[in-house]
Design a protein. Structure first.
Length: 222
């Protein structure tokens, strides 16, 4: 009987677990023969089990709870301030935030009103030439009596007033370079300050917006 060839016998594969983390203990494995290093690593791994580690991107640091608390919170927790003092400071913070919000709302509403006036003023500028023609017609007496022309003029002026347009610029008023445009000046011994003696073109305002300056003739002290 032929002797069985032991060299051809099927050998069982040898599996070597080279994972650095032991799946049973959860600890970092060390190379064989380095007992001292293995002991130190095991001690470090044991310490990590009781330490919370935070990765900040620049290494590992422990959590800093104090950075999320205000000075008042820290004083209260350390016993340097009472609950009444902490509540008073929180109330002051709330009152300050409330006042800031109220001021913000006022500024927002004021800005919205200014933008509305500007939009209406841009539209109203289109009818100013017509209002100028009505003023000239009135100076010539064309609007006297109960005529259809006078009725139309009254309706148009009423519509401009409902838009918020207000005319200004009258004879005898002091001259104001902010709202008046002097097209002519003449010396006069009858005035002590620049004064309007004739209005060539009426000015208009809409709320706080100057739609058009009044064109006037000004008398200045001689």
């Amino acid at each position: 009987m032929a002797k069985k060839d032991e060299s051809n016998e099927h050998e069982e594969p040898v599996v070597r677990d080279k994972r650095r983390i032991d799946p049973e203990t959860g600890k970092v494995r060390q190379p064989d023969g380095d007992a001292a290093e293995s002991k130190d690593s095991a001690a470090e791994a044991g310490d990590l089990e009781h330490e919370q580690v935070v990765d900040t991107g620049e290494g590992y640091e422990g959590p800093d709870v104090e950075t999320s608390l205000s000075d008042a919170d820290l004083d209260f927790l350390s016993g340097q301030s009472s609950a009444e003092e902490l509540a008073a400071e929180r109330l002051a913070d709330l009152q300050r935030v409330t006042a800031e919000y109220a001021n913000y709302r006022k500024r927002t509403e004021a800005n919205r009103e200014v933008e509305r006036e500007r939009a209406v003023a841009d539209t109203a500028k289109a009818i100013l030439p017509v209002l100028d023609d009505l003023d000239r017609a009135e100076k010539h007496g064309d609007l006297d009596g109960d005529t259809p022309f006078a009725t139309i003029a009254a309706k148009l002026r009423g519509a401009s007033e409902r838009l918020g347009l207000q005319p200004f610029g009258e004879k005898g008023e002091p001259f104001d370079h902010n709202v008046h445009e002097a097209i002519f000046q003449q010396p006069s011994a009858d005035v002590t300050e620049p004064t309007i003696i004739d209005v060539v073109e009426v000015g208009y305002t809409l709320g706080s917006t100057l739609v058009r300056a009044a064109k006037v003739v000004v008398a200045v002290p001689a």
